[in-house]
Unconditional design. Structure first.
Length: 352
């Protein structure tokens, strides 16, 4: 299933901070991007965005308190889902060290926006997301295409049995309905991951996750009746998961999948050939949290979000010069392509 994002990188330094191999096809692009200052942080831009998001969340909480135990309060659930996704995008950017030069500050922002505000473990996401960025769409190395509820290759589909086989046959139709469960699933994954974490990290992460659950339940149960609180939570979590699914589904599904036994790709090809950009303006940028510039984000994971659109013409021109396909499509067509891939993977099981 598509996953949301948060955390502080703890593996290798961001790729844009590393010196590429001499003579690599990525090196000239990196030099150009650096020379134009596109890797410099935009602390003020992020400070304003974080403040606006915090005010929006505060206004929603205030609205719940003022409206009280009324079914009209459920109208705030979709609004909270949208700003929960904004919160996840901020955590995602902190995880890539896009916001601040200090690891401690990025980690604090990730913990607050992930663990405390959303109930999503920053450490869990960090571990998974770093592995995804290192090897996108690689069946053996990318956790986002590991066979689970959904499968992403014919090899994965052929070994499915029982209920999993039925899921695979119908996964294109089930994809977006399944994302309605993603908000809850992300919380479960975080609590499960506490066993893997070092003791000190486990305490910090666990307390913040628990603080989210207690605070969320207390807010709803003190402002709404039990039935209203359950309905509000259901709508909020379902639409939050759907929003994240809408943001993450177009990025890699249906794109190239490296042959585990084939020729290894360099950084430029590995990131460009497996990623898809989404066309659009300011509204698309806002709704998708900048992830519509997926190619640029994967090439330069610590590039601040507002610089991704500025880097796009440079990346496109560099790819054209090297003859590397640069995939960009409209939002609706991106979903068609992603779902088409899922349908194609499940096709052999439907014609048995």
């Amino acid at each position: 299933m598509p996953q949301a994002a948060l955390a502080e990188p703890r593996a290798a330094a961001p790729l844009a901070d590393q010196a590429p191999p001499r003579g690599s096809d990525f090196a000239p692009l990196l030099r150009t991007v650096r020379s134009q200052g596109l890797l410099e942080r935009r602390t003020g831009w992020y400070a304003l965005g974080i403040a606006v998001n915090a005010l929006a969340l505060g206004a929603i909480v205030t609205g719940l308190v003022l409206i009280g135990a009324s079914w009209w309060a459920l109208l705030l659930a979709p609004v909270l889902a949208v700003f929960s996704a904004r919160t996840a995008f901020i955590g995602h950017d902190a995880g890539h060290a896009q916001i601040a030069g200090s690891r401690a500050v990025n980690r604090a922002i990730g913990l607050i926006h992930g663990n405390l505000l959303l109930g999503m473990s920053a450490a869990w996401w960090n571990d998974k997301h770093n592995r995804h960025h290192a090897n996108p769409n690689h069946l053996d190395k990318d956790p986002d295409v590991k066979a689970d509820v959904l499968v992403f290759s014919s090899e994965q589909a052929t070994v499915r049995t029982g209920f999993g086989r039925w899921l695979t046959r119908n996964q294109a139709w089930l994809f977006f309905p399944l994302t309605l469960l993603e908000g809850i699933a992300l919380k479960v994954y975080g609590f499960q991951d506490l066993r893997r974490q070092a003791p000190r990290e486990r305490i910090v992460e666990g307390l913040l996750l628990l603080g989210h659950v207690v605070g969320y339940a207390a807010l709803l149960l003190t402002t709404l009746s039990v039935g209203q609180a359950l309905a509000f939570a259901t709508i909020h979590q379902a639409l939050f998961g759907l929003h994240l699914g809408l943001a993450f589904a177009p990025n890699h599904k249906g794109m190239e999948m490296p042959d585990p036994d084939g020729e290894a790709w360099g950084h430029l090809r590995r990131q460009v050939l497996t990623s898809r950009n989404i066309r659009g303006g300011a509204l698309t940028d806002w709704f998708l949290g900048g992830l519509n510039y997926q190619i640029e984000h994967h090439l330069f994971p610590n590039m601040p979000r507002p610089h991704l659109r500025l880097a796009q013409p440079l990346v496109r021109a560099h790819c054209a010069e090297l003859g590397i396909p640069f995939t960009e499509t409209g939002l609706v067509d991106s979903y068609r392509q992603a779902l088409g891939h899922l349908r194609e993977v499940g096709e052999p099981l439907r014609v048995e």
